[in-house]
Design a protein around this ligand. Structure first.
Ligand SMILES: Cc1cc2nc3c(=O)[nH]c(=O)nc-3n(C[C@H](O)[C@H](O)[C@H](O)COP(=O)(O)O)c2cc1C
Length: 107
């Protein structure tokens, strides 16, 4: 079963742009290995991420993400079953916040 999960959170103030690039690079490798795709949008300290993939893999990853001390205030926005991934060709990419809003309405 495939799911799509969306959440928001806030980076801790000491987190730099280079740190965020590091998170995205590692995430891309891990996610690809576990058939997880998605998008990470960052604006200032605010984060919105959409994760898609096999239910168990996405839920396990989301548990790690919630425990990650580089951000806080994780709020799950939505989780739903999907027929096919909307970000299949993307892996895990970082995009501007406006893109995630546009995409959310076209899914
Ligand atoms: C905002 C944010 C988004 C993240 N997204 C991912 C992701 O998509 N994939 C991933 O493997 N790790 C992601 N991470 C890193 C995980 O929280 C965690 O560090 C990683 O899964 C390793 O977990 P572990 O140390 O418990 O093994 C993200 C971290 C943050 C702060």
């Amino acid at each position: 079963m495939l799911i799509r999960l969306a959440y928001t959170s806030t980076f801790r103030p000491h987190i730099t742009d280079a740190d965020i690039d590091g998170i995205t690079e590692k995430a891309a490798v891990f996610n690809k290995r576990h058939s997880i795709t998605g998008i990470l949008a960052v604006e200032g300290e605010r984060v919105c991420q959409i994760l898609e993939g096999p239910k168990e893999a996405v839920e396990r990853l989301f548990e790690s993400i919630q425990r990650d001390e580089r951000h806080h205030g994780v709020v799950e926005l939505d989780v739903s079953a999907i027929d096919k991934p909307g970000f299949e060709d993307w892996g895990m990419v970082r995009r501007p916040m406006v893109d995630i809003v546009t995409l959310a309405f076209s899914l």
